[in-house]
Design a protein around this ligand. Structure first.
Ligand code: NAD
Length: 308
């Protein structure tokens, strides 16, 4: 198949692109390198450096003869989306529509859209939710991801485009970079390498901090491989297991075979308390289930982190 992977220089998209290349597909990566690195792009893939919202991107889709677009490129920061919602809108919706419109005219067959299960549902009540749970986006980033899904529903219904939407949980693994506000596994591993104690943010009534569903990147990549030919509509991609921040820090230390203290800090405004995804629908529709538990995924991530 001829596949365009947007965001294919980033943490997750580059590993999806590599898996597609490994499966014998002809892959083109479209990325503006705003956070991605050229070194991440698989050697077998063609690379076009451009913004997804640009006329150059529309031309690439119009002339490229792609059967599938796997769309990972996005403005990915929740705090940044709050600070500059217009920028988020431009990247995450104008960019998306630019690709969808060009694809529609070029008779694209399938569009795999990467959404966020950690964002679109908003605050949850303490049990994993399935895809029927109402979306209550709490940030411009979450609004743009949910709106992207609605656009895909429109292109599926009115233009017959094959669509798969993958709502990722909190993804971690090799190539994730430690940013100030995201990628907590990468941040914790960085702390261990530097010997600096991390701060665990927690509200008074959650002694271990906020709870999240952590999905290993290898499992997430496999969901994309399956979505090339199977499924339609929206799927949660996570583990269904909620781990609090303290539990995660303990698991990271176990994987590293090191112990370092930590301190606690007050909870950051807008942080969701609990998020976990029920993934039974992905098993049914994609034949997908996670294969890595937290300890196995962290062991692989630590091996990568210290092998650099
Ligand atoms: N990491 C997670 O936990 C997580 C969770 C849910 C959803 N997602 C989604 O997965 C996708 C990939 O995220 P990631 O964690 O790999 O982030 P990343 O920042 O590593 O990757 C994003 C890539 O997109 C590129 N990009 C950004 N804006 C672009 C634009 N306007 N035009 C062209 N390229 C652009 C960046 O240079 C980068 O290579 C995103 O859509 C993100 O919203 C990630």
């Amino acid at each position: 198949m001829k596949i365009l992977v947007t965001g294919g220089a980033g943490f997750i998209g580059s590993q999806v692109a590599a898996a597609f290349c490994g499966g014998g597909h002809a892959v083109t990566v479209l990325d503006n390198l705003s956070s991605g690195k050229e070194a991440n792009i698989p050697a077998q893939a063609e690379f076009v450096e451009a913004d997804i919202a640009s006329p150059q991107a529309a031309e690439l889709v119009a002339d490229g003869g792609f059967q599938v677009i796997d769309h990972h490129a996005a403005q990915v920061s929740v705090p940044y989306s709050v600070k500059d919602p217009l920028f988020d809108l431009h990247s995450n919706l104008t960019g998306l529509l630019n690709l969808l419109e060009a694809g529609r005219k070029a008779s694209l067959e399938r569009f795999i859209f990467i959404s966020s299960g950690g964002a679109v549902y908003g605050e949850l009540e303490g049990a994993p939710v399935d895809e029927s749970y109402p979306a209550r986006p709490l940030s411009p980033y979450a609004v743009s991801k949910r709106s992207g899904e609605l656009y895909l529903d429109y292109y599926a219904a009115q233009h017959g485009l094959g669509t798969v939407m993958l709502r990722y949980a909190n993804v971690y693994g090799p190539r994730q970079v430690p940013h100030a506000e995201a990628g907590v596994v990468a941040i914790f591993m960085d702390c261990l390498v530097k010997g600096e104690q991390p701060t665990i943010y927690r509200p008074d009534d959650l002694p271990g901090g906020m709870l999240r569903d952590y999905a290993f990147v290898g499992d997430v990549v496999r969901a994309n491989l399956l979505a090339l030919e199977q499924g339609s509509g929206v799927y949660n991609i996570g583990t269904g297991v909620a781990t609090d921040t303290l539990g995660l820090w303990q698991a990271v230390q176990r994987a590293a075979g090191k112990e370092l203290g930590h301190q606690f800090g007050p909870v950051r405004q807008g942080d969701i308390r609990y998020s976990a995804l029920d993934c039974a629908h992905a098993k049914q529709g994609l034949g997908w289930a996670p294969q890595y538990d937290l300890d196995a995924g962290l062991a692989e991530t630590w091996a990568w982190r210290t092998g650099q």
